[in-house]
Design a protein around this ligand. Structure first.
Ligand code: UFG
Length: 344
């Protein structure tokens, strides 16, 4: 069993110029690591790279990954690169398998060539699918059934399996962090999501309230939940960033792979989120009730006890108020206006 120590050691973040990557780079640097951002800038932005070195490259380009691992003497990789829209994955599964699965294969191959044995994967609650979050179910742990309801979820599960097999075969060690609903922006206003056409609930509510988007549709109020709307476990990106740092610092057992839920264990309905948005924004966002969105599980709430035991991690910033407030401040900031990607 070995333990990596920061002391300026280089850690590569694939996708490090994106929403969660940029926040994680900040947390890494604060913890004493040297972030090396490896990003093809298809969704990330150069301006989001403020902590560490930057290499423009694509994880599917094995030579480019190998070159960066060697040049910076990288000791571990945080793998955040990948496509993450559930809806687009249904329309273009080919892109999802290429970027998420083939991209991870290429990364693992380069890591093996360069004797880098430590990996943390950004995975998703999407690996569970509808069956884990049944209407009567409470929080569920990592052993819950896996039946992803989208190609996006399939690619995340396939990636976990690929990494697990890699660890067993080649003596590497890895942790997959299964994010629940990533939300919010940096508490100091330095990073955040830059998509204008973000389809997630909280940015949509805020855009609607700011007059920057369409009024929102609440997708279904006839679920078997206390108020009829879906329940989710919202986790602030600052807490996700700290989970990456904690995973990196955990003792590594050669051949070991572990998947950990990253959530709060507390569920909030869509109506709860609307109430908090009203309080924080000072006005009730306009919304209409529409039909259910296909593929939405009624309830997705993490049992996050395993990550507490394994990494000593617990959420600190993930109250709904904090999430809505930081996202609100970010989406009306000058930096968001300057960096925001147009709808595509
Ligand atoms: N919602 C609305 N109206 C909207 C947008 C969302 O009512 O305009 C509702 C959804 O139906 C859902 C809740 O708000 O009940 C949260 O929806 P998001 O789109 O914000 O997030 P999801 O729960 O769909 O997505 C999350 C993760 C994905 C993961 C997926 C698995 O962000 O990475 O769960 O189900 F794949």
């Amino acid at each position: 069993m070995s333990k990596l120590a920061p002391a300026g050691a280089a850690v590569m973040l694939t996708g490090g110029a994106g929403y969660i990557g940029a926040q994680t780079a900040r947390a890494l640097e604060m913890a004493g690591w040297r972030p090396v951002i490896f990003d093809n800038l298809s969704f990330g932005r150069r301006e989001m790279v403020r902590w560490g070195e930057f290499v423009q490259g694509d994880v599917r380009d094995v030579d480019a990954v190998r070159e960066a691992l060697k040049r910076y003497e990288v000791v571990a990789v945080l793998h955040l690169a990948g496509l993450k829209s559930v809806g687009l994955s249904v329309a273009r599964p080919d892109l999802y398998y290429d970027h998420n699965v083939a991209g991870t294969g290429s990364l693992l191959s380069a890591m093996r060539d360069c004797c880098v044995n430590r990996l943390v994967l950004s995975s998703s609650a999407a690996v569970y699918g509808v069956s884990a979050g049944g209407a009567a179910d409470g929080p569920f742990d990592e052993d819950a059934p896996k039946s992803p309801s989208s190609p996006y979820g399939h690619t995340k599960l396939a990636t976990e399996w690929m990494i697990s097999a890699h660890c067993q075969a080649f003596g590497a060690s890895a942790i997959a962090l299964r994010f629940f609903n990533a939300a919010g922006a940096d508490a100091d206003g330095l990073t955040g999501d830059i998509r204008r056409d973000n389809t997630h609930l909280i940015p949509r509510l805020i855009d609607a309230a700011l007059g920057q988007g369409e009024p929102i549709t609440l997708f279904g109020d006839d679920y078997d939940t206390p108020d009829g709307s879906c329940i989710r476990d919202y986790i602030h990106i600052g807490d996700l960033a700290r989970a990456h740092v904690a995973a990196l610092s955990a003792p590594a057992i050669p051949g070991a792979f572990e998947a950990l839920n990253v959530g709060t264990g507390v569920g909030h309905s869509v109506f709860d989120v609307i109430d908090v948005a009203e309080r924080v924004l000072g006005r009730r966002p306009d919304f209409t009730i529409g039909p259910r969105r296909p593929g939405d599980p009624p309830r997705l709430v993490a049992d996050a006890s395993r990550i507490r035991g394994a990494l000593g991690w617990a959420p600190k910033e993930s109250t709904l108020d904090m999430i809505v407030e930081t996202e609100f401040n970010w989406r009306r900031s000058e930096m968001f206006r300057r960096l925001a990607l147009p709808p595509r």
